[in-house]
Ligand binder design. Structure first.
Ligand code: FPP
Length: 251
């Protein structure tokens, strides 16, 4: 997308190219809280507020999809009280932020093994999806109980079954068919793969986040802890993206 209208009158450098799909690994909530001598859950609460800010600025900029890694399949191993707190965040988010996001035309979706979420968590997200399903602005796509390898395994199992059922032959299996079987099939076809993936808090890995879809994504790592990641930090990431040359294997 080649349009950008953000603070045109100010002297700050403004990006010319806005990535269509941005993925975010929201990391560093625990450390943020620890620095303030607060319990870890306060970091997650502040992380939810950061997410709200970033969703708003992404929507204003014209980003089309923002996929946020909110809970991985590995996160269940955390203390029960922390897991419960995180699982309650979508309920809070629905009550406090979804009405305004809805007014701003944001559409909420989710990926992950969402059937296994606690009922209240799932219901809050379902209600948000239902309320916003006709919106045409930013798609705020929550990855909750998401694991990239599990997603690929499920796709392969389905494809194998379809071959056994003679729906198609092994020769028909191509990138498009695989993409159509991943959980991101719920996104518009041209928007499934992130153009840019941001990870906060200084960790330099993808941690099972969209492994297939990230094949050609630009990666942006910052030391900023997620709760401190604000509009300006997001703009910095987009500016850095503007300086990349994407070749997709070409020259
Ligand atoms: C990673 O930081 C963060 C998480 C596992 C939870 C992320 C959740 C949010 C930001 C809120 C999402 C909002 C909704 C509505 C679902 P960490 O705890 O691993 O931090 P640390 O590495 O510093 O310990």
């Amino acid at each position: 997308m080649f349009k950008f209208q953000f603070n045109q009158k100010s002297r700050v450098e403004v990006p010319q190219v806005v990535p269509n799909h941005v993925g975010v690994i929201m990391d560093g909530n625990g450390r943020w809280a620890k620095k303030r001598m607060q319990p870890r859950i306060m970091g997650h609460k502040a992380g939810m507020e950061a997410l709200h800010k970033v969703a708003k600025v992404a929507n204003d900029m014209g980003v089309q999809v923002l996929t946020v890694y909110a809970f991985s399949t590995e996160n269940w191993s955390r203390p029960q009280s922390e897991v419960s707190f995180i699982m309650n965040l979508p309920v809070d988010f629905y009550d406090n932020y979804v009405p305004e996001l809805h007014k701003n035309n944001v559409k909420i979706q989710m990926i992950g093994d969402t059937d296994r979420l606690p009922e209240g968590t799932f219901t809050a997200l379902r209600k948000a999806e239902e309320l916003t399903k006709l919106n045409t602005g930013l798609i705020l796509n929550f990855a909750l109980n998401y694991g990239g390898r599990a997603e690929i395994i499920a796709a392969v199992q389905q494809i194998a079954q379809d071959v056994l059922d003679a729906k198609y032959s092994p020769d028909d299996i191509d990138e498009q068919l695989i993409s159509d079987h991943l959980q991101t099939r719920s996104l518009p076809r041209t928007l499934r793969d992130p153009d840019l993936i941001i990870r906060t808090s200084g960790e330099l890995r993808l941690s099972n986040f969209l492994p297939w879809q990230a094949a050609y994504s630009e990666l942006y790592f910052t030391d900023v802890l997620w709760p401190d990641f604000d509009e300006a930090a997001f703009r910095d990431a987009i500016l850095a993206y503007n300086k990349r040359k994407r070749r997709f294997g070409g020259i």
